[in-house]
Design a protein around this ligand. Sequence first.
Ligand code: OGA
Ligand code: ZN
Ligand code: ZN
Length: 362
Amino acid sequence: MDATTAPAPPPAYWLRDNCPCADCRDPRNGQKLFQITDLPEDLAVAAERPARTPSGAPAREVVWAPDGHVSHYPEEWFTAAPAGDGRTEADKETWTADALRDRLPEADWDAYRTDAGTRARALEQVLRLGFVVLRGVPCRDRQVLYVARSFGYVRETNYGELFEVRVERDPNNLAFTGQHITPHTDNPYRDPVPTLQLLHCLANAARGGDSGLVDGFRAAALLREEAPGDFAVLTATPVPFAFRDARTELRAERPLIETDPLGRVREVRFNNRSIGTLRLDAARLDAFYAAYRRFAAILLRPGLQLDFRLAPGDCLVFDNTRLLHARTAFEESGERHLQGTYADLDSLLSTLAVLRREGAAA
Ligand code: OGA
Ligand code: ZN
Ligand code: ZN
């Protein structure tokens, strides 16, 4: 390799900020012991030579000017791939209905409970595909909370620790009627939004009441491909969502499609029932409504929505920042009862990471 193709030396502040020595990081917990402002103004590498880690692996020793600090970096650390946090489209396998119709990601509850490998595979499906169906979950009252606590923490809201999805006499939400519900994400009027939702089926004997899921990241990617201008409008327009009943008044203003600083899709919010009134100038309203209508049409496109039917004992666990869920209308005279709760992806991903660390490879 000649000088023109040699990799640029790592930036001094980056390298020093990552010094793993016991003066720089508490060996008991790996947490950093200094402030970025503690580093010298004229920080530079004074000398660099090959070394070995205590276990004998190749390493690099760096001596720093002006303070004479010495750092040791394992060679493999320099070439580690960027990890990502698992939340953007970069870490997902997006899907259309055809891809999953005959292979719904699912796991048997008893195996999930007793076998770390099954548990890791099930949680991995939520990370990659956005959902998993746990089968054979006992049809017991409040069991859904136990499912949430198997990987994380229940997010209590104004609906309570759990919510009953069944016909109610004075419903504060259309979910609690027999009406058809089009694909939506839950609670976009809340910030932070619950990033996971669970629906545990206790009874589904009514005619109708079938479930549907749409991959919102796939739909967003289609919009970006087919109408990049509309995609740009939706990522840049804050949309007011609101919910109110006698005891509650919630609002949050977020875009329908949220991208990370690198432009990758990270969250989708879509709920025709709780979208509020946008207050923008006429030109921006026109642009928003054209884009909103196009995105909505993509979400309803045949082929995108995966249809299935929950049976008693099924518990659907899904990513509420990515998947939209729907259900067909059902006869209010028949018995249909789900218990739902919210939880969050951070703890699910943590549980998965620990399972992997312990060797329960997914
Ligand atoms: C909900 C909902 C779907 C269903 O409660 O948020 O969308 O299958 N329910 O009843
Ligand atoms: Zn150090
Ligand atoms: Zn819902």
